[in-house]
Write a new protein. Structure first.
Length: 562
């Protein structure tokens, strides 16, 4: 590498504390652009949330616009409560569309006004719905009362499970509701558009989201899938969106459901089997508070991914179907704030963003290991309209200002083409994380890299399970196989000083009454930021090497264009 560009580059990194870590062992990362290991699938371009009515509200529309803009491919969006009865007023863990009611004679009355406003908002931005068919309308529920819950963060979570979580009193009416919804969607948006959507039934039926039996869920699925396919034979239908399948009962539920789809008697048609075009399950981590600080735990999340992949792979006739991790997060309750759940204090800062980088990279590894057709991994985080600034919800933005975690997805949006080899000697593997968690004595410094016809992109992170401060780590990054004599390098960074609205807000004194000038500053600091100016790098024999200091829980993206 030409010495002059390297000196300039290091000067641009001086503020990261190179001198402070001079005596720490250097972590060497080697990226070889000539070694392809697979497709850089945009599995990250999937998002979801509980409260559908936030979709078309002010900050909801703003965030959806930003999510759509960060991805080179259409983003898929999943949300609960699309058939829940109510007045359309949003609340925590609640939403409604009033799509189905009945007249005094018990005849169906369909109203698609709110559902359409949700779908319109997605499609206006080029997004695609992962349509969750649920929950049970009040007029159809076998146990409708109580129906509307008023849960908040200081109440037991089980209070949310009311009349919407029960089976229908009439499966034929339910099926007709689904049929009419699909036909209405085709009439409104066109067959070619709706064929690109994905339809699925319910959420986490193996826990209290579904107050029926396993057989009743299979019956509901059969009636639902039959209705979707009658309305649109080419539409995609899947499920079952169960919880972490590394639990014995959840694994059995997923396995038994797939077996029903393969060889069970169809409740709706009487034939053998039920249509399934993709398979979905969830994967969550488990943070906790240890010695007055947050300790993350990626092990159960990756174990759930590996177990789910193993279940899918055990069905030869289903193995090649697309798989969607329908919720893929550090823990399980987006609406549970850190005030009542202190283990959720990771959410506002760079611990969340570095965890996301590290976990998604390992999910790619597990996809390769199990040879699974992974199509998407849904980040279950959106925004909570009208809440206090940085109140500790698992969201991507607060009051219209992006949090650091959203910038990881902006980084992923610049990684296209093929995944290429990124080698870090001694890096912890997905299997090691599953078996023993992250090492407590050293950080997880590793990388994922991609290459297309005109660029190489390398994401590097410095992750640790513990939310304790630490000195930056020195990293030596070597890049091989650059097909040009020189390349333009952009270095993007997420740390305490870059792409971090939370730290900016704290430096303001953590105001809840934010002025217009402060809002503009917060809005700007929430965007993905460069670490210094772009610069041309000389590549001798297709190689370059440089050093950097990467702060604890920092994430860098290096993008070489040529």
């Amino acid at each position: 590498m030409n010495s002059k560009p390297r000196v300039l580059f290091l000067l641009g990194l001086a503020c990261s504390g190179l001198n402070a870590v001079a005596q720490t062992e250097v972590v060497a990362i080697t990226v070889d652009a000539e070694k392809t290991i697979g497709e850089m699938r945009p599995i990250w371009a999937w998002f979801g949330y509980d409260e559908p009515n936030y979709t078309y509200m002010k900050d909801g529309r703003k965030l959806l616009t930003e999510i759509a803009a960060l991805s080179p491919v259409p983003v898929y969006v999943r949300t609960h409560n699309l058939l829940t009865s109510g007045d359309g007023v949003a609340a925590l863990k609640w939403g409604s569309t009033n799509a189905y009611t009945e007249d005094k004679k018990g005849n169906p009355v369909y109203s698609w006004v709110i559902v359409d406003s949700i779908m319109d908002t997605y499609l206006e931005r080029g997004m695609k719905p992962l349509v969750e068919i649920g929950f049970m309308p009040e007029a159809l529920s076998v146990k409708p009362r109580p129906y509307r819950h008023s849960w908040n963060t200081d109440q037991p979570y089980n209070n949310i499970y009311t009349g919407w979580s029960y089976p229908p009193k009439n499966y034929s009416k339910w099926a007709e509701l689904v049929f009419q919804w699909v036909r209405h969607s085709i009439d409104r948006y066109g067959l070619e558009e709706v064929k690109r959507w994905k339809w699925e039934l319910w959420n986490e039926p193996n826990i209290k989201y579904w107050q029926g039996t396993f057989d009743e869920y299979c019956k509901l699925y059969d009636y639902t899938a039959d209705a979707v396919k009658r309305a649109c034979p080419d539409c995609s239908m899947g499920g079952p969106h169960t919880t972490n399948p590394n639990g014995e009962s959840a694994e059995k539920y997923l396995r038994d459901f797939l077996q029903h789809c393969v060889s069970g008697k169809n409740y709706a048609t009487g034939r053998v089997g039920s249509p399934i075009d993709f398979i979905a399950f969830h994967a969550k981590g488990a943070p906790k508070v240890v010695d007055d600080h947050v300790r993350m735990n990626m092990s159960p999340q990756l174990d759930a991914v590996a177990t789910g992949f193993g279940v899918v792979a055990s069905f030869p006739g289903l193995k090649d179907l697309p798989v969607i991790i329908g919720e893929c997060d550090p823990e399980g309750c987006a609406a549970c704030s850190m005030q009542n759940h202190p283990q959720n204090a990771y959410r506002n800062g760079t611990m969340y963003s570095s965890y996301t980088a590290a976990s998604y990279a390992r999910i790619y590894d597990l996809m390769d290991q199990y040879d699974i057709n992974l199509e998407g991994a849904v980040t279950w985080a959106f925004e909570f309209e009208g809440q206090r600034w940085f109140d500790g919800f698992r969201d991507l933005a607060t009051n219209g200002v992006d949090k650091p975690v959203l910038n990881v997805f902006r980084m992923f949006g610049m990684m296209q083409g093929d995944r290429i080899a990124a080698d870090t000697p001694g890096a912890i593997t997905a299997d090691e994380i599953i078996s023993s968690g992250h090492r407590q004595d050293s950080p997880d410094i590793h990388a994922i890299a991609s290459r297309d016809d005109h660029s190489i992109a390398i994401m590097v992170w410095n992750y640790h399970d513990d939310s304790r401060p630490a000195a930056p780590s020195p990293v030596e990054l070597q890049v091989k196989g650059i097909p040009a004599g020189r390349a333009l390098l952009h270095h993007y960074r997420i740390d305490s000083a870059h792409s971090n609205s939370y730290e900016t807000w704290k430096r303001m004194g953590s105001p809840q009454d934010v002025t217009a000038a402060q809002y503009k500053m917060l809005e700007a600091s929430g965007q993905l930021q460069l670490m210094g100016s772009p610069q041309w790098i000389a590549c001798e024999k297709g190689e370059t090497k440089f050093n950097l200091a990467l702060p604890r829980h920092g994430v860098s993206l290096f993008r070489f264009s040529y």
